[in-house]
Ligand binder design. Structure first.
Ligand SMILES: NC(=O)c1ccc[n+]([C@@H]2O[C@H](COP(=O)([O-])OP(=O)(O)OC[C@H]3O[C@@H](n4cnc5c(N)ncnc54)[C@H](O)[C@@H]3O)[C@@H](O)[C@H]2O)c1
Length: 249
């Protein structure tokens, strides 16, 4: 399948996990890509692999919580590729802690990356996406759909992503722009492997958020992003898709 031939995609969080798998999937289907992340070496590795797949790819350091960096990255993308068709916001960070022990600084940092970062990228990309009648895929989480113990800041940030995405879908839908979310759960990545739980974690509570069968790799998420971002998703707007092997079914 070459659903992204002639399309330009911008992907945040492309150094690892779901972001890397998505970059490889979309470039593998013909996209030219601007890849953003804060982790330089792995970002270069993703870009190199994508180029080996035959794609025109640029990689750029960008902290999505910093407005000037986001604006410059979006401008650099449009300057290099002369258009923007798809924005995929994947960059994110996780904190698992008892809610009464989360500092204000920690809470605000999670929101700054996961929610404000998503907003900043959408804001900067919107004029270009309206021009191309493109679309946005934002990364929420199952933690936005059901209580995630020890994930107050994370769940709040991901709930905000869902609301932001639905707003964009309704506000800009008539102008030909679509916006959708994905809600992954228990996908095998660095984030899920190193999710430092509190020492006195109640695993009965955690089991609520475990997959019914087994966890899978990030490519299962990339395939759903590709569907939503391609013309196969042309009648899907303001939707969120749960990708958790049925945990919250
Ligand atoms: N793995 C899961 O089970 C799961 C479940 C639900 C949601 N998610 C979401 O999926 C997304 C990807 O997660 P993952 O599991 O691939 O994790 P990951 O840690 O492998 O990847 C996250 C990427 O985001 C980058 N990043 C972090 N802060 C950034 C910033 N300020 N600016 C730019 N890039 C930044 C990291 O460097 C990393 O490359 C995240 O938004 C995460 O919340 C993952």
């Amino acid at each position: 399948m070459r659903r992204f031939e002639g399309k330009v995609v911008l992907i945040t969080g492309a150094s690892a996990g779901i972001g890397r798998a998505t970059a490889e999937r979309l470039v593998g289907e013909g996209a030219a890509a601007m890849l953003l992340d804060v982790a330089q070496e792995p970002l270069e590795a993703t870009a190199k692999h994508c180029r080996e797949l035959g794609g025109e790819v640029e990689a750029r350091l960008c902290d999505v919580s910093r407005e000037a960096e986001v604006n410059a990255a979006v401008e650099a993308c449009v300057e290099r590729f002369e258009r923007l068709d798809v924005l995929v916001n994947i960059a994110g960070i996780l904190l698992l802690e008892h809610t009464h022990k989360i500092s204000l600084e920690q809470f605000e940092r999670i929101l700054a990356v996961n929610l404000t970062g998503t907003f900043l990228c959408c804001k900067a990309a919107l004029p270009h996406l309206l021009e191309s009648k493109g679309n946005i895929v934002n990364t929420s989480s199952t933690s936005a759909l059901a209580g995630m113990p020890y994930g107050a800041a994370y769940g709040a940030s991901k709930g905000g992503v869902l609301a932001l995405t639905r707003t964009l879908a309704v506000e800009y839908g008539k102008q030909g722009l679509r916006a959708n979310s994905i809600c992954p759960g228990s996908v095998k990545t660095a984030m899920s492997r190193s999710s430092n739980l509190p020492d006195d974690t109640d695993f009965e509570l955690i089991r609520r958020a475990m997959p019914l069968d087994k966890s899978r790799g990030p490519e299962v998420v990339a395939g759903v992003v590709a569907m939503l971002a391609s013309d196969d998703g042309s009648h899907i707007n303001g939707e969120s898709i749960r990708i958790d092997a049925g945990t919250l079914a």
